[in-house]
Design a binder for this molecule. Structure first.
Ligand SMILES: [Cu+2]
Length: 129
């Protein structure tokens, strides 16, 4: 009995760590489902790897899209607006790019997916620490 409880506790603990470690969100855009993961949660000042997985309206994985990631911070006192763009080529389980966030605070991340002659955009706001 004691052993079972310890195993259950360990599994719960690992699940908790796994979900806290990675940022993950699903967005719908133009019928597509765009799953966005960031390897740090919250994202950090510095390099963060963003992984994007895409399903088409019929639920099929899309592996022939062109994906780019724009990440911007609006101007604030003493700091002009910052705009960055990264290509996210297909790599393993998704499309991957590195976002180098140069300061803490609120960043707007736009994932642009070009597929079958149309472009859809998924937007997410993150707070870098
Ligand atoms: Cu700023």
């Amino acid at each position: 009995m004691k052993k079972v409880l310890i195993v259950v506790f360990a599994v719960l603990l690992m699940a908790g760590i796994a979900s806290a470690k990675e940022f993950e969100i699903d967005k719908k855009a133009g019928g597509y489902t765009i799953n966005i993961k960031i390897d740090n949660n919250p994202p950090i000042v510095g390099d963060n790897v963003i992984t994007i997985a895409i399903k088409d309206p019929s639920g099929k994985n899309v592996d022939d899209a062109k994906v780019t990631v724009d990440y911007t911070m609006p101007a604030m006192s003493g700091m002009p607006a910052m705009n960055y763009k990264a290509n996210a080529p297909k790599s393993g389980d998704g499309y991957k790019a590195t976002m180098t966030l140069s300061m803490a605070g609120s960043w707007n991340v736009s994932v642009k997916v070009a597929h079958n002659h149309k472009t859809v955009v998924a937007k997410v706001n993150v707070d870098a620490k």
